[in-house]
Design a protein around this ligand. Sequence first.
Ligand code: PMP
Length: 392
Amino acid sequence: MPGDRLPYLCERLQPFGGASVFAEMSALAVRTGAVNLGQGFPDANGPDAVASAAIEAIRGDFNQYPPGIGYPVLRQAVAEHQQRFWGLEFDSDTEVLITAGATEAVTAAVLALAGPGDEVITFEPFFDIYPADISMAGATRRLVQLRPPGYAFDPDELAAAFGPRTRLLLLNSPHNPTGKVFSAAELDMIARLCVEHDVIAVTDEVYEHLTFDQNTHVPLATRPGMADRTVTISSGGKTLSFTGWKIGWVCARPELVRAVQATKQLLTYVSGGPFQPAVAVGLRLGDEYFRGLAADLQARRDLLCDGLAAAGFEPIVPQGTYYITADIRPLGASDGLEFCRSLPERCGVVAVPVQVLCDDRAMGAPYVRFAACKRREVLTEAIERLGGRANR
Ligand code: PMP
């Protein structure tokens, strides 16, 4: 947990050094036999055609170091995907870079584009690697709050976060952990400020296909003035339900891609050879696959939201992603960390406290995050276990 000191770890990384709360909660799930709704990964495989393509690639010619920017077949599939779904044009030879998941892409982008003395704006609650990436770059984070229950941000707070030292804005939409999908109007506000202050945006869009109801994903790069100043990042993990494959990508103008590649080549150089052509097959699946993925997850979101409400939580219905955040105050609790540490023993269910994903711990304290990306029978079992027994 943050706060535990590791004897050999450098000062810069001490705040991020202890076992993450995700690891702590997963270990707790194993020890207590609890249903793990903590970590966000599906408990079923992705499409057979994609798995078969990986097996074929391993039997074939994709087992040595891929080219530094990734195999052409995947770069072309990524460029086609950006055009097909979002109307964004990228040259697959100069404007697409394949990475070891979105994780490496975000890390390489932040390390490449920000340094000591620079400020990076992002939102809180945050995906846990963002503050660590900003610290590794030696830069300073400026956080803008997404306030529950609506997870709107205050436009004045966002405007005030921009200043002469602002170098990057790091945006995640659809957003983990809140499930917020930033609207076109919100993105336009962000775009205007980036243009006005000459700031580059790095966007993490790994949940791009997981949006619900009338909400649709809008890439920041589509907004006025942003095509040339946005580094758009995503990966195949969530879209294809193979989160362990760690194939991600960066799409941006050639000069930005070259800067990120210069950093990425020092991290892993290349990775995931045979998974690259397989992810290309996945990105070219028909529209019905992508529609089905979102519809299926939406049904599970509804099942879990209803179950949480019946158990006495106040769930905040997410617009997208794997996650549901829920207020624990109706259950008589107010500290999510304490609540999550005792939930496995009390109920046999694991969740993640939102406060560990915030600098402002008080804002996140009464909320916990559940993952809805599990099989229906697993969700039903969790709901039964929570029913009437989540009270403390
Ligand atoms: N960004 C966000 C917002 C995520 O939630 C996750 C996975 N939990 C990642 C990036 C990691 O993506 P990848 O597995 O492609 O590295």
